[in-house]
Design a protein around this ligand. Structure first.
Ligand code: PLP
Length: 397
């Protein structure tokens, strides 16, 4: 047993090993100002460059003038008509019957799993799923957890077969089986094999859930997401989205059929016991969704930039992994090399953070570059030349 003194001593030591956060002194557009220095923003997940968009700013100002700032608890007196409008537009955008918003995708994942999965049910999860899914599974208290090898549908099928052997629950019912996966895996930019997952789910009687935080605003027609990308609209039970990535605001949602969303509205603890989105957040998110409902221009611009950047890196001889999305890992391998590479890029006026263990496996360190629709060709050229200079200096290329 450790004394209170020991406890504080231990956490003090751990705190000392932490890094001070970088403090941004500008908006989050194509460039950032950090400690008075302006650098190219080369790793942001504001894919569509909406963080400083005039339409979002205006929507927020108008809504705040009209309705003020705060809202309440949704089930008491906190459901504002803007919330309903946002949910309606999200459902329209995703091509689902309904949607419900939460204060983040972390919360939406927690709600999506905890509300429907009990101790005796079954969850089958990709080994590289996002931390918020892992935490959501833990929160449900489910005992029957299966982890399948990353995107390996043969292994998933083995787990589904094992799941069939699990006995009836104490109430005599069959356990519910939920297959859950990230849509886009955020470190490598690869995709979940959703068509095969949906096929297996049908065969073995499982519910499907996909977290599309990095797919919305990016994949599919006009950025509709991974389910649209694979032509599977209406065939995935639970879709999770974040309003903080491509939409550049805050909030998360569950999209799906009316019955399921109705149940989440009634039962999700994250909705009953936690506050609703504020007026400015809701108005900004609504404006962002409306932009994409009206036009695919920002998504097209994003992809033009992605093609240009990836071609630039390939021509220089960098290994950019097997991403199918704007997430562009520049593989460096060694942790120290990745750190040094990032520091040197910063000296060249380019901000791109290193991704090292434990975020990725040891020896798989990289710089994760993400271009956005806010970059011009000149911005991308600037970034590519900085990579060329540093890459040659460190003998990577
Ligand atoms: C970023 C992310 C989340 C968390 O989103 P928030 O809205 O910031 O809570 C959840 N899942 C995945 C896959 C993500 O990439």
């Amino acid at each position: 047993m450790s004394s209170i003194e020991d406890f504080y001593k231990q956490i003090k030591e751990i705190n000392a090993s932490g890094k001070e956060p970088l403090v941004i002194e500008s908006g989050e557009g194509a460039y950032l100002t950090i400690e008075g220095k302006t650098v190219l923003n080369f790793c942001s997940s504001h894919y569509l460059g909406l963080a400083e968009d005039e339409r979002l700013k205006k929507a927020v100002k108008d809504a705040v003038d009209k309705y003020g700032v705060g809202t309440g608890y949704r089930t008491l007196a906190g459901t504002h008509k803007l919330h309903l409008e946002l949910e309606d537009k999200i459902a329209k955008f995703k091509g689902t019957e309904a949607a419900v918003v939460f204060s983040s995708a972390y919360m939406a994942n927690a709600a999506a799993i905890q509300t429907i999965i009990g101790k005796e049910d079954i969850v089958i999860s990709d080994e590289l799923n996002h931390a918020s899914i892992i935490d959501a599974v833990r929160l449900s208290g489910v005992k029957n957890k299966f982890i399948y090898k990353h995107t390996d549908t043969a292994d998933l099928e083995d787990k589904l077969k094992e799941a069939q052997e699990i006995p009836l629950k104490s109430d005599g019912q069959k356990p519910l089986i939920l297959i859950v996966t990230d849509g886009v895996f955020s470190m490598d930019g690869d995709l979940a094999p959703l068509p095969k997952i949906v096929e297996l789910a049908k065969e073995y009687g499982a519910l499907t859930m996909v977290d599309d935080a990095h797919g919305e605003g990016v994949l599919g027609k006009g950025g509709r997401g991974i389910v649209d990308h694979f032509g599977l609209v209406g065939q995935v039970d639970i879709e999770i989205g974040s309003l903080s990535k491509a939409f550049s605001v805050i909030g998360g949602f569950i999209a799906g059929n009316k019955t399921l969303i109705g149940y989440y509205n009634l039962k999700a603890r994250q909705r009953l016991f936690s506050i609703a989105l504020t007026i400015p957040d809701t108005a900004a998110a609504l404006a962002a969704i409306n932009i994409l409902l009206e036009s695919d221009t920002p998504v097209k611009k994003l992809w033009e930039n992605v093609e240009y950047l990836k071609a630039g890196f390939k021509n220089l001889g960098f290994d950019t992994g097997n991403s199918q999305t704007p997430i562009t890992p520049v593989m460096l391998g060694d942790e120290n090399k990745a750190q040094e590479f990032s520091t040197k890029l910063y000296e060249e006026g380019v901000f791109a953070t290193p991704i090292v263990f434990p975020m990725v496996a040891k020896g798989k360190a990289r710089i994760r570059v993400i271009p956005s629709a806010s970059h011009s060709k000149e911005d991308l050229d600037k970034g590519i030349s900085a990579f060329e200079k540093v890459g040659k200096e460190l003998k990577i290329i």
